[in-house]
Write a protein that binds this ligand. Sequence first.
Ligand code: CP
Length: 314
Amino acid sequence: MNSPASMGSHPRHLLDFQDWTPERLTAILDNADTMLQVLDRPVKKVPALQGLTVCNAFFENSTRTRTSFELAARRMSADVLTFAAGASSVSKGESLRDTMEVLTSYKVDAYIVRHHAAGAAHLVARYSGKPVINAGDGRRAHPTQALLDAYTIRQEYGSLEGKTVAIIGDIRHSRVARSNAELLPKLGAKVVLCGPAPLLPAGLGALPGVTLTTDPREAVRGAHAVMALRLQRERMSGGFLGSLQEYADTYQVNETLMQEAESGAVVLHPGPMNRDLEISGDTADGPRSRILKQVENGQAIRMSVLYHLLVGRN
Ligand code: CP
């Protein structure tokens, strides 16, 4: 991957999209096309990261992000050190910094960090001296999820330019909503964020290309892609909602709601899903659903990001 001057300076980390130009983000999506071709071969391996060690440091649970990063690194021949906080000395009170210093002693070349605290990946970036990829920090950002979402929509339409993406649900607690609200307008799409007022922070409406509504019908009208978000019951304290049934009755992404969207509009969900709460089971499994396509694309996007940060800067 070459880096012409028009792409802007090459960010060292992927923590959020602040320092990333549209050209550079597009290059990551373009390169994922090549990675998907690698994943279609009988031998799904290239030597791009041979000799390098990637540390998967997960201080919060994950299925998709952890497994896809692990596979992505292995597909490119890196050694992978997987660290899961639940089975570590974190449970004995060891701090993030001390834990990361132990991992740094193994001469790791890049860190993938998931943590329940916003800003944790930034902290690791400051003292690790190596590229850091944010795999989700609290409610703040989940950039590789947004990239795979953008890639999945681009696969449908060829481009994000002029497309509308409705994101419906628990916006307040969602790092996925924040990262998509930051990324998609950079790539030419409009974003409509929708949820009950207590779960819809007004400040997000100030982002360029982003509008807010509490009305799900208004949100999906004219949308090319509709993303349902998980209702994050574990992050709720303080009565944001009346009842789950009331929430589902109004905000569930289902076939009735999708009647209002563009014909051919696709349905996304970052997972994990609460079936028949924020999304109906038949919509999740139906012909509009691209949920498993998102998972498949996640591996290619993460290969592309690793390549971009570890090899593409040379
Ligand atoms: N979408 C997502 O981040 O899923 P996991 O928590 O399973 O990684």
